[in-house]
Design a protein around this ligand. Structure first.
Ligand code: GLN
Length: 282
């Protein structure tokens, strides 16, 4: 096929935008991200060079991404990358894709750390390492341990720590607290699985993400119950437990904190106005 028979950037984007409308809330942006990635360029290049006709290997690569996106695979897995805390994190289907609202959890830890000389932080269920690595970057003198039950996830987290130059994080393979050394931490932070097993939102792109990172029992609170009750043995007196959770779970989680003897259980809302993070002080 001659290059002149192939579609231009403008035409490729127009077609892809149409095709992705049924699977994506952001069909044009998805098309732009995937085409830019296929051409190894920025999105700004696509806008400036709309008449350019990509070569056949680039077009084939792009069509391959489109087919996968049509099957519901999230853009972040196709690109192999997702930005969090303004840092580029490598992601694969072995890890949850970091969400923007989780930055709220990082902000809460940073705020609490202002009162500490040298914070000892434990992150449970680190996945891609997003939270631990963002914290390591912001608090250079903190000692940070990050765990996950999945060795494949820990491989990604370690790789991200290396690429993003935050190698002092200690990574531990652990089912919540089972392999955590009986240290005392000032802060334990987690974005655990918290979706109900029968939740109707478990359709679309999310079904390509690891279910162990998303779903936690009938009411979504199985992991959170374990973490709240077991964290006490690992927290310093006056230490803080900080958890992300579902938008309808704030009240139950404040109750769980109180029942386990934490003081000052406090819930913070995300930018969409939903209850998203609850913190308790031991
Ligand atoms: N916030 C994610 C979602 O609803 C869930 C993440 C989690 O379970 N920790 O897509």
């Amino acid at each position: 096929m001659k290059n002149s028979d192939l579609p231009s950037i403008a035409e490729l984007l127009r077609q892809a935008h149409q095709r992705l409308k049924t699977v994506s809330d952001s069909p044009l942006l998805d098309a732009q991200l995937l085409l830019a990635h296929s051409l190894q360029k920025e999105i700004s290049y696509l806008l400036a060079w709309q008449e350019v006709v990509p070569d056949l290997p680039q077009q084939t690569l792009f069509q391959g991404y489109l087919v996968q996106r049509e099957q519901g695979i999230p853009v972040a897995y196709l690109l192999g990358c997702k930005e969090f805390w303004s840092l580029p994190f490598a992601v694969t289907p072995d890890v949850l894709i970091p969400r923007p609202e989780t930055e709220l959890l990082v902000e809460q830890v940073l705020e609490y750390c202002q009162t500490l000389e040298q914070a000892r932080i434990l992150e449970l269920g680190t996945g891609s390492g997003a939270i631990a690595i963002a914290l390591a970057k912001e608090i250079p003198n903190a000692s940070i341990t990050a765990s996950d039950i999945s060795s494949a996830a820990l491989d990604i987290a370690r790789k991200n720590a290396q690429t993003l130059n935050q190698q002092r994080i200690e990574f531990v393979l652990s089912d919540w607290f089972t392999a955590i050394p009986l240290n005392t931490f000032d802060i334990i932070v987690s974005n655990p699985p918290y979706i109900e097993a029968a939740d109707e939102h478990l359709t679309g792109a999310i079904r390509h993400e690891p279910m162990t990172a998303l779903v936690s029992g009938a009411d979504g609170l199985d992991a959170i119950r374990v973490i709240i009750s077991e964290a006490k043995a690992y927290l310093q007196n006056g230490g803080a437990l900080m958890l992300e959770h579902g938008y309808k779970q704030g009240k139950q989680i404040r109750k769980l904190f109180a029942a386990s003897g934490y003081k000052q259980a406090r819930t913070i809302r995300d930018y969409a106005g939903n209850e998203r993070v609850t913190t308790g002080i031991l």
